[in-house]
Write a protein that binds this ligand. Structure first.
Ligand code: ATP
Length: 319
């Protein structure tokens, strides 16, 4: 292994820069040439590569987003597109590629490895929707961003004795909503993995008022949808003013948390180590505090599990 490249793909996540920095610095320490690829697989196909040095990654560990930009690329889903990407890497003399992204990015890396490019994937997505790993890079930061917003909403909604519904990211995976609900002391969490019952929510809000609760906080994952409709329904049934707030893309930005920076640094280092050992078609994850690697196909097949215990806790301690 003489030269490697790195790219970020899919949705951006805080901590991607820390991972890029770790990959570049580890590669340089091993006397490898390292190239950055701009705009994910799209930039790879178009030859948007540039050689990186230690200064290329100075002063980025604390920055959200990704200095390499990110993109979604339909062309890479075709055999022809991937062949072009592989030949670009060949022209630059690159034999190993580190990709940071979600399961689509990993599926692409796995197919690229069949064309002779050694590939290693790092899980970078705020949704924490890769079941093979306990944590993805960006999840912890997004969670803290949500908690910060919840704290602010709590101040205003308790002053006005309102119900607040907060929509957070998570299309198929309710991890942000569940963890933010527990950490933010929400009365209800509404997740794609679980249904919800409007009557039950309204009843509990009214009972909470009798118990002396100043406000009620509902965290809803975007995959469930309909925050405004739910707010109208609650207001109609309970007579209590109810506001819905969508946090949206704010959740993707911001300086990465300490946890995400350390996770990204450990994974970035390990990715280069694996490439130097000749490994390919692997992804990195964290289980019980330890970094491990796994075959990409195997990782993509790990079924999603739901943390029933945390869900139960969220219900019990909000009463
Ligand atoms: P996020 O979780 O943030 O959505 P992701 O990596 O899952 O991240 P996708 O848009 O699904 O995001 O995938 C990123 C890119 O990976 C796609 O634009 C495409 O270029 C490539 N890709 C996705 N799926 C495949 C596939 N089945 N085969 C080849 N390439 C793929």
């Amino acid at each position: 292994m003489k030269s490697i490249a790195i790219l970020t793909s899919g949705g951006d996540a805080p901590g991607m820069n820390a991972a890029i920095r770790a990959v570049v610095r580890t590669a340089l320490d091993k006397d490898l040439k390292v190239f950055g690829v701009n705009r994910g697989y799209s930039g790879l196909i178009n030859g948007e590569l540039f050689e990186m040095n230690r200064e290329s990654v100075s002063d980025i560990i604390h920055r959200g987003g990704t200095i390499l930009r990110t993109a979604r690329c339909e062309e890479f889903k075709t055999e022809e597109g991937r062949k072009r990407a592989a030949s670009v890497l060949k022209v630059f003399g690159i034999d190993g590629l580190v990709v940071i992204g979600g399961n689509g990015t990993f599926a692409g890396a796995q197919l690229l490895s069949k064309l002779g490019v050694k590939t290693i994937g790092l899980p970078g997505t705020i949704d924490n929707d890769l079941p093979y790993t306990d944590y993805t890079i960006g999840f912890d930061t997004a969670l803290n961003t949500v908690l910060d917003a919840i704290n602010k909403l709590r101040d205003t909604s308790s002053s006005h004795e309102r119900v607040s519904i907060v929509e957070v990211m998570g299309r198929d995976c309710g991890d942000i909503a569940l963890h933010a609900g527990v950490g933010g002391g929400a009365e209800f969490v509404i997740l794609p993995e679980k249904g919800y019952n409007e009557e039950e929510i309204c009843k509990n809000i009214l009972q909470g008022k009798v118990k002396g609760k100043l406000h009620s906080l509902i965290i809803m994952a975007e995959g469930v949808g309909g925050t405004d409709e739910l707010a109208n329904k609650i207001e109609e049934v309970t007579g209590i003013e109810t506001r819905a707030t969508k946090l949206g893309h704010i959740q993707r930005g911001g300086s990465p948390s300490a946890f995400d920076r350390v996770l990204a640094s450990r994974m970035g280092y390990k990715a280069v180590e694996l490439l130097c050992q000749g490994k390919t078609s692997k992804v990195l994850g964290m289980k019980n505090g330890k970094i491990f690697d796994m075959d990409i196909n195997e990782a993509l097949e790990v079924p999603r599990s739901f943390d029933e215990e945390l869900y139960t806790i969220s219900k019990i301690i909000s009463n």
